[in-house]
Design a protein around this ligand. Structure first.
Ligand code: URA
Length: 422
């Protein structure tokens, strides 16, 4: 086979065979195809998309490029949730303990943040001592003992996705529906997940900007799961504004704890209950309605918060953070943002809020760059709320002093207070 011919076919929108796609993925992973040629292929996919058969072949080729795990050796029934990535998305920290405290095992592997999106692994590493680099055998033992664990990818999983994702990241080919679907689902198939809830984010802070695109991505991923005998449901959820009150690692962990303490009600709490209910239902605990009730009770009874404590301790973290937030690293500086006029918070630029948080130190521009776990934004006033001149709308946390005026200006532009006339 010739990579040149495969690129040419894709460029001319002629469907590729499964054999051609498998060969391409394997050859690139093995270093036999250059980045330049793979980039040409990815860009052709970006413009011409892929058929369902091509997307499935790409997903399977990437899944099989490394180990294929079998989670049934951990528990008879397990369930996973995957979000397509957003700003302030800390749902995993809330739903994993809720679902585990309802008796369904959640062995979860998560990723790190890149660019404007945060990663669950970075958030959890803000808990002093918390270990996310855990070998597969220990991961299994922790889940067997506590019912859940959240770790970074263990072993040799989907090396093809790692290599292709890194290339997409620098060649502007991330936001392609078949490529995102194949990337996410290859990891789910390799991890052996049998029951999967997908949270497909839609809006200015997500890869999918419109409901149509997000629904298409959701449908593509569900079809891949079903064709591989997995149970899967996908929810399309809003990412036109940051999720909840906090953006930034320890700030988000604290918000998750407050939510599990039943103190934070609102859209973020509602989404956590909805995702948990769908996970529990997929795992056979009853209808989504009945499972919604189970999830609500897991929070109001304090069982889910207890489960989070247990999980933190099992992974080497200090469980006292749940009751004492001063145990988290504290930012050197905090800047209160006060309203400059009366009005309502509207037309928020979610992607820009993600960038502001990154500039404060909470995210990374390039892979493996260090991050400041205490940096980020906390919102006192949420999108859609009325505010009066002088009221505190948010606080920015950082260890940096340089460039802060520019960051504050960018924040104000991204989080505008519009008066009645606007
Ligand atoms: N998350 C992934 O794992 N892969 C993508 O391509 C996009 C989001």
């Amino acid at each position: 086979m010739q990579v040149y011919d495969i690129i040419t076919k894709k460029k001319r929108n002629i469907p590729l065979t499964s054999g051609e796609i498998e060969w391409l993925v394997k050859s690139y992973t093995d270093g036999e195809i250059s980045d330049a040629q793979m980039t040409a292929f990815l860009m052709a996919v970006y413009f011409n998309s892929m058929t369902d058969e091509e997307t499935s072949a790409m997903t399977m080729a990437m899944a099989k490029s490394g180990d294929m795990l079998d989670l049934s050796e951990i528990a008879e029934i397990t369930v996973d949730k995957h979000s397509s990535g957003g700003v302030g998305d800390k749902t995993t920290l809330v739903i994993v303990p809720i679902v585990a405290s309802c008796g369904v095992a959640v062995p979860k592997m998560s990723g790190r943040g890149l660019g404007m999106t945060g990663g669950t692994i970075d958030k959890l590493e803000s808990v002093p001592g918390f270990r996310t680099a855990v070998e597969y055998d220990e991961f299994k033992e922790i889940v067997k003992k506590t019912g859940c664990a959240v770790v970074g990818q263990t072993g040799h999983l989907t090396p093809a996705d790692k290599k292709i994702y890194a290339l997409r990241d620098v060649t502007a080919t991330v936001d392609s529906i078949p490529l995102i679907a194949a990337s996410i689902m290859s990891k789910k198939l390799a991890m052996g997940d049998k029951n999967i809830v997908l949270d497909v984010k839609c809006g200015s802070g997500a890869f999918m900007k419109t409901p149509d695109e997000a629904q298409k991505l959701a449908d593509t991923m569900v079809r891949i799961a079903e064709n591989n005998n997995r149970n899967c449901v996908a929810l399309v959820t809003d990412m036109n504004k940051p999720l909840g009150r906090a953006v930034g690692n320890s700030l988000e962990v604290i918000e998750a704890i407050e939510t599990l303490r039943d103190k934070e009600k609102g859209e973020f709490y509602d989404l956590c209950i909805e995702l948990s209910a769908n996970m529990l239902s997929l795992a056979g605990k009853g209808s989504v309605d009945a499972c919604r009730q189970l999830a609500v009770e897991a929070v109001s009874s304090g069982r889910a918060l207890g489960k989070l404590r247990e999980m933190i301790e099992a992974q080497g973290g200090n469980p006292d953070v749940v009751d004492d937030y001063t145990l988290f690293k504290q930012a050197e500086y905090s800047y209160d943002i006060l309203a400059e006029n009366d009005g309502v918070i509207k037309n928020v630029d979610c992607e820009e809020i993600g960038r502001v948080s990154l500039l404060l130190g909470a995210g990374r521009e390039v892979k493996d760059a260090p991050i400041d776990h205490s940096a980020g934004v906390y919102f006192y006033k949420l999108c859609g709320e009325n505010v009066l001149k002088g009221e505190r709308i948010a606080t920015l946390y950082t260890d940096k002093k340089e460039n802060i005026d520019n960051i504050i200006t960018r924040f104000r532009q991204a989080y505008p207070i519009l008066s009645d006339e606007n």
